[in-house]
Design a protein around this ligand. Sequence first.
Ligand code: IPE
Ligand code: IPE
Ligand code: MG
Length: 254
Amino acid sequence: MALFSSSTREVPVAAAVPRHVAIIMDGNGRWAKKRFLPRVAGHVKGVELVREAVRACLERKIDYLTLFAFSSENWRRPAEEVSLLMQLFVKALEQEVEKLNRNNVRLRIVGDLSRFEPRLQALIAEAEAKTATNTALVLTIAANYGGRWDIMQAMQRMLAAHPEKRDGFVESDLEAFLSMSYAPEPDLFIRTGGEERISNFLLWQLAYAELYFTPTLWPEFDTAEFDKAIASYQQRERRFGRTSEQLQDRKDHA
Ligand code: IPE
Ligand code: IPE
Ligand code: MG
């Protein structure tokens, strides 16, 4: 498995198009409420926008798209909404995987999957296996995911892998066990729906991501909105601790 070095230690090539975009898809409930619809109608519409985002990434040659679909805290919602979200997840897996496969998209699900029903777990395993050799885009869905859970499970697996070691661990030792060790860190983080918080998403991996918050609700986050986020990203100067002048020197000597 290819491991990517942390952007906090090495300056990655700042490409015009972000290599990895991570999104908190928020605002489905409010979108439905505005229309006097049940919250689940917002989630159903949200799935359509996932399709559109995947298409946009394929067209723009973005390598990794990571979507927060269900957080470890979302179990606190009313049982009916949780159950409808699970049904929607099952339905999406049943209906979309073939199309993803045809488009050369690799699907990965990260999170604590043990809490899902066996049928859902089986569908996830099947979808990942079916798309395992695809190379156009890696689409990661974070489901029952929490950034703190990820760091804890990585730490436990790291310690189990080195039973005699007491200290001297370095960041890359832990990174190898994080659930997204197969991907470079996100370049661009987007949160729709107006809230400006991380909500326990990729805590470790977002250390140096460019953050983009928009009031646009997820069911209205179309390709034009996506392009606005990318345009904002392209305006940023990613310094990773260095000075602006240092970056200019590097460019001059490149
Ligand atoms: C995001 O939309 C989807 C999930 C968390 C599953 P919300 O359901 O949080 O929508 P709002 O924030 O209530 O509008
Ligand atoms: C974050 O959205 C999680 C997902 C989009 C899946 P929430 O709407 O649950 O976030 P908080 O709890 O309001 O911060
Ligand atoms: Mg929300």
